[in-house]
Design a protein around this ligand. Structure first.
Ligand SMILES: [Zn+2]
Length: 347
């Protein structure tokens, strides 16, 4: 459940910040109270950007990496550099995707710091962690079957078990934060905002005085954030939520710095929002122009006409389905179940 790196965004033509990405084990300062480090990941999307905010009480870590020995080794390099200056005061998990939450449990055990999360993301993580291998495999297989994916692929995924637990360690008690949450650092005050689309209750952080927006996975500069239905709720219209988010970013004047969970940081987030709106508009047009009726598998072939690994099939299928569902919401298509497969036709 990490962000995908399927070819989606196209050249973004954005003005990147001057600071080059940190090397392995290196910490780079982005603002008086904000540092950035980058962890390797074993996927096509091969890294994640992690941050820490400096408060009088200590560092507020922002996100954790997947749960793996390699992530633990990378924290071995980063944590002593931070704690040489201040203790770890908290671990903010922006959303439930494995690359952001995966190592939160071990990191909390190691630092003694509390984990802070929004309720919607915590509920998603807890539900996925609670599923047995058979339950998770069964859910994946049943949803894939209703997408019309090939039987061999459906059955292979039934046997994979709980893929989420392969990336995410068990969670201890956590502290729930809501939209009233704000905190003071050594240089400013950050306010939480909660957004839906890429995930249901993603936490972003805003410092309006300094025009800094930690958008994490919601406004990536290089790739289009993955907009996927949940395997548990494949009829959901998450693309409507994401359009709402993108259409609500007019306040982002060009001088705001957009800080991202992957790739690089940049200016002019409102321009990027318009690019992403155009990107999803084009995706919907591609589906409108496809031969009907459309299964979700047909929509994958239309939107992602390439060889896909099982890891990529997950993102591609759930993103294709999100676009089909949005056309149903708009009243342009109808969804009918027959033979256990959902088929979409013009309304
Ligand atoms: Zn994500």
């Amino acid at each position: 459940m990490i962000s995908s790196d399927l070819p989606m965004g196209g050249p973004a033509d954005l003005h990147q910040i001057d600071t080059p990405p940190p090397d392995d084990g290196e910490i780079v300062r982005l603002a008086e109270d904000l540092v950035w480090y980058r962890f390797r990941m074993p996927f096509r999307l091969n890294h994640i950007n992690l941050f820490a905010l400096e408060t009088d009480a200590g560092w507020m870590l922002v996100d954790c990496g997947i749960n793996s020995d390699d992530t633990a080794a990378q924290w071995d390099a980063i944590l002593p550099q931070l704690t040489a200056q201040r203790p770890i005061a908290g671990i903010l998990v922006t959303h439930h995707h494995g690359d952001h939450i995966g190592h939160a449990g071990p990191l909390a055990a190691r630092t003694g710091a509390p984990i802070l999360m929004g309720q919607a993301e915590y509920d998603m993580a807890r539900a996925a962690l609670a599923m047995s291998d058979a339950e998770y495999g069964g859910m994946t297989a049943n949803t894939y079957a209703s997408y019309g994916l090939p039987t061999e692929l459906v059955e292979r995924n039934r046997g994979i078990g709980n893929y989420y637990r392969q990336l995410v360690a068990p969670l201890p008690e956590i502290s729930i934060i809501d939209a009233s949450w704000r905190f003071r650092t050594i240089a400013g005050e950050w306010t939480a905002r909660f957004d839906a689309g890429h995930s249901p209750g993603h936490v972003g952080l805003v410092d309006s005085d300094r025009r800094l927006y930690l958008a994490i996975d919601f406004l990536l500069g290089r790739i289009s954030p993955n907009i996927s239905v949940s395997l548990r709720a494949p009829d959901g219209d998450v693309l409507a939520d994401y359009y709402d988010y993108l259409n609500g970013l007019d306040w982002l004047t060009p001088e705001w710095t957009i800080l991202c969970g992957h790739d690089w940081h940049y200016f002019d987030g409102a321009r990027r929002a318009r690019q992403l709106i155009a990107h999803h508009d084009r995706r919907l047009d591609q589906l409108r122009g496809a031969a009907m009726p459309l299964t979700t598998d047909d929509a994958i072939s239309t939107l992602f006409p390439m060889e896909l690994t099982d890891h990529e099939i997950y993102f591609a299928s759930c993103e294709a389905r999100a676009h089909l569902n949005h056309l149903v919401t708009r009243g342009e298509m109808v969804r009918e179940m027959s033979g256990g497969i959902a088929r979409f036709t013009p309304a």
